[in-house]
Write a protein that binds this ligand. Structure first.
Ligand code: MG
Length: 330
């Protein structure tokens, strides 16, 4: 790992414990890991490499309210979620750290959160950089996917059903609670914060969906916005039943009004679940996959030929409020 100065080697040490000095092919086809000018990896035969990058900047994506291990966890989660949406198996990570000064305790916690999630998915840190400047982190994640088998945003067809994994809205509710636009008690806030701070990327589901899905995207900006990306890439439309959106028990408790809850679920973002389309003929295979993985998936709508996103609640047209105007206090 390249270091800015001797003192920054202190920070680098938190990220060198995995493949430092390794020049064997022991793990993830790494020929040469951290320690040279660049890492060398051998992709498996007949595999494509999916590559994605995400940045977290202090003051924009996190603040002092977010525990250090959560910043590390989330940085990995955001990247692995993008790989999951492509149907790729996460394999290699690179990390660029920029920080103004050294807070060893904070950095140690950050690296614990980072490796907890990356180790879980057997994803290796193969390179990095540490420099002085305003606090920010950038991860580049690479994953492998059988050649020609990746899922894309493009590919949905009229009649395909639209599914989402897990539940939607807890992370947005946590933010609304912090900003005091949604009344929640301390216990509820702590529970909702788990969804915001420690999202679980749908890595296993993403790979399994390659067999059945015609398109996929991960939910980072809110279902309405993310689904629009899918629709626009194929010049199609969709009808979505806002009443069918899966919600956690706690979200139903803090936002009992179905209309307000749907607003939050459709526009909130940061869910890191997958949204994907599956033809009716493959519904049985999809349900088998969900059952085998022990995951909840929910059909929330259908793809239509006419462009545009049509959302309904109780069979009535449902219009979205701009996220900035969402207020759930009254
Ligand atoms: Mg994405």
């Amino acid at each position: 790992m390249h270091t800015y100065s001797k003192e920054f080697a202190l920070i680098a040490k938190y990220f060198q414990r995995e493949v430092a000095g390794t020049d064997t092919r022991s793990k993830n086809n790494i020929v040469l890991g951290i320690g040279d000018d660049a890492a060398i990896v051998d992709p498996p035969e007949d595999a494509s490499i999916a590559i994605t990058t995400d940045t977290m900047v202090y003051g924009t994506h996190f603040d002092d309210l977010v525990p250090a291990d959560a910043v590390g966890h989330k940085l990995v989660a955001m990247n692995l979620s993008d790989l999951a949406a492509m149907g790729a198996e996460p394999t290699w990570l690179s990390l660029a750290v920029t920080c103004p000064d050294i807070d060893e305790a904070w950095m140690s916690e950050f690296s614990r959160g980072f490796f907890e999630l990356s180790d879980y998915y057997n994803c290796s840190l193969i390179g990095g950089d540490v420099t002085r400047g305003p606090l920010s982190f950038t991860v580049t994640a690479q994953g492998i996917v059988p050649r020609g088998k990746e899922m894309r945003r493009r590919g949905a067809r009229p009649g395909d059903r639209i599914y989402v994994s897990g539940t939607l809205g807890d992370a947005a509710a946590a933010l609304a609670g912090q900003q005091q636009t949604l009344p929640v008690c301390e216990t509820q806030q702590a529970q909702l914060n788990k969804a915001l701070f420690y999202p679980r990327p749908q890595v296993g589901l993403g790979q399994a969906l390659r067999a059945v899905a015609t398109s996929a995207i991960d939910l980072s900006d809110g279902l309405a916005k993310d689904l629009l990306h899918v629709l626009q890439s194929s010049n199609l439309g969709a009808r979505v039943d806002a009443g069918a959106l899966p919600a956690s028990k706690i979200l139903e408790m803090v936002l009992p009004d179905p209309s307000q809850r749907a607003q939050l679920q459709l526009t909130g973002g940061e869910d890191y679940q997958l949204c994907f389309t599956v033809p009716e003929s493959r519904r049985g295979s999809l349900e088998t996959i969900a059952h085998q993985l022990g995951l909840d998936i929910t059909c929330v709508g259908v793809i239509e030929g006419e462009p545009g996103l049509r959302i309904e609640l109780n069979n009535q047209p449902f219009s979205l409020k701009t996220a900035g105007f969402l207020h759930f206090k009254d």
